[in-house]
Design a protein around this ligand. Structure first.
Ligand code: DHB
Ligand code: FE
Length: 286
């Protein structure tokens, strides 16, 4: 059976792609952020995931405002990226696990999540930046299942809905007959707002609260409506919905192994976390 070995959540600011291309790992501006990935690399080397289920939001590369699903799941054997105009290198193609995608899609529809199924889907910086941060040499030792959540055009799905979406996906993965080691990834956030009167808005206190609560009490965060979330985390800080879905997918005993929080990277409060997910059987065996 497939096992969820844990999760990584990270900011996906496009400027990171340029900094990686320019090898700015020790540059004073970038170092406090990149240092946060030393532990991620250590954890990945031990966790050895075969597949990454990536919860992210598209920013107009694959979906635009004219046709925008609330939830979309990729079901392809490879995912291409394209130039989004940020001046960052276009990443290489990422392999997909279409069979696992279809298993997840089936479980979602059974649980009344009527998702858009994408046998072709371009992935944007919200997938490629986290992938490049986790594997800077772009070897991509995992296949991905991309799960796209609308954080762009209102009405957005609620925190509660995203948590439930993740829970269905977590149960689906654990019922998958193949012995796969699956990690979950949540991308974006934390607080940021890119435009409008509050451009540059960051809320350290709320970010800390979100990172504290999401570990053992994710349901406590569902008390915030989407409009409260926009107010507290910024218009783009709602990318935290991706983190909630990722958290929902970890159905075991979750603990925080690592946290790095640094203000700012570009306009964003940059956060990187690693979560452990222990299943019941593993705890007993330990
Ligand atoms: C920035 C942050 C984002 O989440 C994004 O998608 C694009 C840009 C930024 O802070 O520059
Ligand atoms: Fe974003």
């Amino acid at each position: 059976m497939a096992t969820i070995v844990g999760g990584v959540a990270t900011t996906h600011v496009p400027a990171i792609g340029k900094a990686i291309a320019d090898k700015k790992f020790n540059d004073p501006y970038w170092k406090p952020f990149f240092k946060g990935f030393d532990y991620v690399h250590y954890w990945l080397a031990r966790a050895k995931p075969d597949v990454a289920v990536v919860f992210y939001n598209d920013h107009g590369l694959n979906f635009f405002l004219d046709k925008l699903p609330t939830f979309a799941v990729g079901a392809a054997n490879e995912y291409r990226s394209e130039d989004e105009g940020w001046g960052i290198p276009v990443s290489r193609t990422v392999p997909g696990d279409a069979a696992l995608s279809w298993h997840v899609i089936n479980a979602l529809v059974v649980d009344e999540f009527d998702v858009t199924m994408c046998q072709e889907m371009l992935i944007d910086h919200a997938v490629t930046i986290p992938m490049t941060l986790m594997w800077p040499d772009q070897t991509w030792p995992v296949k991905i299942v991309p799960v796209e959540i609308n954080t762009v055009q209102h009405p957005l799905p609620s925190l509660s809905r995203c948590l439930k979406l993740g829970r269905t996906i977590g149960r689906a993965i654990e019922s998958y007959p193949q012995d796969l080691r699956v990690m979950v990834v949540g991308t974006g956030g934390l607080s940021h707002q890119l435009d409008g009167a509050r451009a540059g808005f960051i809320n350290k206190e709320f970010d800390q609260l979100c990172m504290d609560k999401i570990v053992a009490e994710p349901d406590a965060l569902t008390r915030y409506s989407i409009h409260e979330l926009v107010e507290l985390s910024g218009a783009q800080g709602v990318e935290f919905l991706n983190w909630m879905a990722m958290r929902g997918a970890m159905t075991g005993q979750v603990s925080e192994l690592h946290r790095n929080y640094h203000i700012p990277i570009s306009n964003t409060a940059a956060a990187t976390v690693v979560y452990d997910n222990q299943r019941e059987g593993q705890r007993k065996a330990a």
